[in-house]
Design a protein around this ligand. Structure first.
Ligand SMILES: Nc1ncnc2c1ncn2[C@@H]1O[C@H](COP(=O)(O)OP(=O)(O)OP(=O)(O)O)[C@@H](O)[C@H]1O
Length: 331
């Protein structure tokens, strides 16, 4: 089963540039979470801080009792082995075949025999649907295949926590749908805790159990997916609707005067019409033949126990999703 990741009061700056401050959240064990946010809000910095590659100046990230911010380098290195990382471009070595790329972490971090390495690598290649392409170089395959190869490589060390940075970047909508299904299937198969950073609203609305958003140097919200998907916060509305009007500007947040001018032009009405209750689309189910997601079972209990703290719209959406008519009876 995946491991819970507890983030407490995390603050990160580069010199005088504060990226985000006082970020606290828990990635529940074995559940899938998505972090949204406009470009440049520090989502990648957040992922790197979780695995201890970047050092926030305040706060803690607790994984299996180890603080990935302030712990000893030895403990951090050891704990990092629990993670599988999938970067935006697959981060493959161009001169190595897919097989060697995917075998790399095993050859680097374990003393396994070549025959055992071959077995594991071929198994992971099968999981991501790349059988037959193992001898190709990264330059000889499509972007979508490179992503899947990156995912296969993230899986070879049997990670209990998987961090995916923009798994959809550069993919067409159909390939993005395949990646979404693959992420859900993977979760059903290995029950790892997953955090996905994306701008893609299809992934965001169908894959995760939990969703959060970074904006304006703060964590705007983090919790069960229904909370963000029914939120009437202007920044969430603007992001989910993909519109120019609202607090998110081209390069950073808009100033108060610009926002007031938009209101005067009547854009405020447009925004409030977007505030009408949104339909929460159902979450993807694992492909036929795969086990029920254990994370989804635990999540159901967890969310039901916190209903009293959730906004009404989110509560309604959760109850609808768990109603027998919505297929909730299956869990
Ligand atoms: N090593 C670094 N040194 C200095 N500044 C950095 C470093 N890494 C990231 N930054 C800055 O931190 C900010 C957030 O970057 P980050 O890549 O995390 O954003 P993001 O939300 O992932 O963006 P996008 O959605 O466009 O990928 C940017 O202003 C970036 O320039």
């Amino acid at each position: 089963m995946g491991i819970e990741v507890v983030v407490e009061g995390l603050t990160k700056s580069f010199g005088k540039q504060n990226i985000w401050q006082d970020v606290s959240l828990t990635l529940p064990a074995g559940e899938v979470s998505v972090m949204l946010g406009p470009s440049g809000t520090g989502k990648t910095v957040f992922l790197k801080s979780i695995i201890g590659l970047l050092k926030p100046e305040r706060g803690r990230v607790l994984v299996n009792g180890v603080d990935m911010v302030n712990g000893s380098e030895r403990d951090i290195m050891e704990t990092r082995k629990l993670f599988g990382l999938m970067f935006q471009d697959g981060a493959l070595f161009g001169s190595m075949s897919l097989f060697d790329n995917i075998a790399f972490p095993l050859r680097e971090h374990t003393r396994k025999k070549e025959s055992e390495i071959r077995r594991i690598v071929m198994e992971r290649i099968d999981v991501v649907g790349l059988l037959g392409a193992e001898n190709k170089l990264p330059g000889e395959i499509s972007g979508g295949m490179r992503k899947r190869a990156g995912l296969a490589r993230a899986l070879v060390l049997d990670p209990q926590i998987i961090l995916c940075d923009e798994p959809d970047s550069g993919l067409d909508p159909v390939r993005t749908a395949y990646i979404s299904q693959l992420l859900v299937d993977l979760n059903a198969q290995i029950d790892a805790t997953m955090l996905i950073v994306t701008h893609n609203l299809d992934i965001a609305s169908t894959v995760p159990d939990n969703m959060g958003m970074l904006f304006c140097r703060n964590l705007v919200t983090f919790g069960p997916r229904e909370v963000l998907l029914t939120s009437d916060l202007p920044v969430v509305n603007q992001f989910l609707a993909g519109r120019c009007e609202g607090p998110i500007g081209m390069s950073e947040e808009k100033d108060a005067a610009t926002l007031a001018a938009e209101e005067l032009k009547g854009y405020g009405q447009g925004i409030s019409s977007a505030n009408a209750p949104r339909t929460v689309v159902p979450q993807l189910e694992p492909s036929p033949g795969l086990p029920v997601r254990q994370g989804a079972l635990r999540r159901r209990e967890r969310v039901m126990s916190m209903m009293g703290q959730l906004p009404e719209a989110a509560r309604t959406a959760i109850l609808n999703s768990y109603s027998p008519a919505a297929g909730g009876g299956r869990l």
